[in-house]
Design a protein around this ligand. Structure first.
Ligand code: NAD
Ligand code: LMR
Length: 445
């Protein structure tokens, strides 16, 4: 019998919460729960999701104690895990992050370029606050953080809370691995054993094997060269690809691959390698934030309200999120010592031999009760080394700007981003972002 665990989901009102709850319920044999709590700083928003989830839990796993609260003490007391996915400033501020750079023909994206920097400056405050609550009320707990932008958040927590038990994670490599599994005819991305190195939303695969050790790279490369991670003419049922913007992103991997055919890329590299293409293919008046508000947010909240008004979730369309599977696996590995191999965002300390030790990198790690142990990825080639060093510097400058309240450093961060053409354009964007983020950023001087 596995020992039961207690979990708080921070950002209870997130569009992803219901999917995580469904995944947790489906995995009671692998990760049994004693209690599940929701915490959010927006009572009304969380209530919509919480009322529906309470019904789901009552119908499918009544043994789990459930509480939704905006009180940090109630939320963080006696928990084993904090699963954190907050969005400081909400989707409305995401819209600003995406639209302001586009005014200057610069990539406007949630986590990459100036938008990611602006979001980072907001997120640091919220995530550090969650760490402090966890350390006060459940000092032995682990925080599994997937609040974005994960790279900047990871660097900030490394510097500001160096002893915190926090692991930063991302589901993009998981989604791409599912795409790879579809391409080579395996059932799941979990059937793949990979070697990967980089930063969050900024990495490359050097090896893809199946569980028997067979090399899948040649077949994958053949496919990616033609179609990116998109389907060939025979189609593909990866749910991510149902949305046109994701289909475009998966297909564009073809052109990223062309730059370095020795590796297979993370899809987010398109923002750094093809920023002009991205700008040309983005509607400056209708960005990804609008798509998310019109689709995912609207669908999830409508369905939650439906469940609550009907008083049952028997025929609900809410599904266990794929993204949630990774989080449940990680919590299981930390709890029950499974020694699973997972991609995590951790302090380099030699994992990538020729990159600075204190960079926060994304590499495979072995996860057990003791925490995580990064695997050595060795020396990397000049092209990737150059790109990584540039982007690590951007992320470090953002965190320094936040801590020192320095306008100058934030300007340097924007200037150094491969998405921004000049210091002049960087300044114009920065001034607009600063104005829009008055409520959220430290006051810079
Ligand atoms: P959302 O706006 O729907 O939900 C975020 C919730 O966090 C809201 O209910 C909000 O009220 C709450 N919140 C904001 N600041 C808070 C704070 N300081 N304390 C407590 N609660 C706070 O956003 P979403 O689209 O569901 O995304 C949630 C997060 O998950 C984002 O950071 C997003 O970037 C991230 N995400 C990460 C991954 C990954 O794999 N790393 C994948 C998808 C989404
Ligand atoms: C989201 O859909 O909000 C995220 O998964 C990432 C994105 O770029 O949209």
């Amino acid at each position: 019998m596995l020992e039961k665990k207690s979990v708080v989901i921070a950002g209870g009102g997130s569009t992803y919460t219901a999917g995580i709850v469904m995944m947790l319920i489906n995995n009671q044999d692998k990760f049994p729960l004693k209690s599940l709590k929701f915490y959010d700083n927006d009572f009304e928003r969380q209530k919509v999701v919480a009322d529906a989830c309470e019904i789901i839990i009552r119908e499918r796993a009544p043994e789990i104690e459930f509480v939704a609260t905006t009180d940090p003490e109630v939320a963080f007391k006696d928990v084993d895990f904090v699963m954190a996915h907050i969005r400081q400033g909400g989707l409305k501020m995401r819209e600003m992050d995406e639209k302001i750079p586009m005014k200057y023909d610069v990539v406007g994206q949630e986590t990459c370029g100036p938008g990611g920097i602006a979001y980072g400056m907001r997120s640091i405050t919220g995530v550090v606050e969650l760490i402090d609550y966890m350390e006060e009320y459940s000092p032995n707990a682990w925080m599994l953080n997937y609040s974005n932008p994960a790279s900047i958040v990871a660097e900030a927590t490394r510097v500001m809370r160096p002893n915190a038990k926090i692991i930063n994670i991302c589901d993009m490599p998981v989604a791409i691995k599912q795409g790879m599994a579809d391409i080579v005819g395996l059932k799941s991305g979990n059937d793949i054993v990979d070697r990967y190195y980089g930063l969050n939303h900024y990495g490359w695969w050097t090896e893809i094997l199946d569980k028997d050790g067979n090399d899948l790279m040649p077949k994958l490369k053949e496919h990616v060269k033609e179609y990116g991670y998109g389907p060939d003419t025979s189609g593909n049922d990866n749910p991510l690809l149902m949305e046109q913007s994701w289909m475009d992103t998966f297909t564009k991997a073809k052109d990223i691959y062309a730059v370095d055919p020795d590796t297979l890329p993370n899809t987010y590299l398109k923002y750094y390698l093809y920023p002009d293409y991205v700008v040309k293919h983005t509607d400056p008046n209708h960005t990804r934030a609008n798509e998310v508000m019109e689709n995912r947010e609207k669908n999830v909240f409508t369905e939650c309200r439906n469940i609550t008004s009907k008083g049952t979730a028997e025929d609900t369309t809410l599904e266990a999120g794929e993204h949630a599977e990774f989080i449940v696996q990680l919590a299981g590995a930390l709890s029950y010592n499974t020694h699973e191999r997972m991609l995590l965002i951790v302090e380099n300390n030699g994992a990538i031999a020729n990159i600075e030790n204190d960079a926060m990198v994304e590499v495979p790690c072995i996860v057990s009760k003791r925490g995580y142990e990064p695997l050595a990825m060795g020396k990397i080639p000049t092209f990737q080394k150059g790109m990584i060093e540039q982007q690590v510097s951007v992320e470090k400058l953002v965190v320094q700007a936040y801590m020192e309240k320095s306008y100058q450093k934030l300007w340097k961060a924007l200037t150094l981003s491969a998405t921004v053409p000049s210091a002049g354009v960087a300044k114009l964007i920065l001034d607009d972002l600063q104005e829009a983020n008055k409520e959220y950023w430290p006051e810079l001087s």
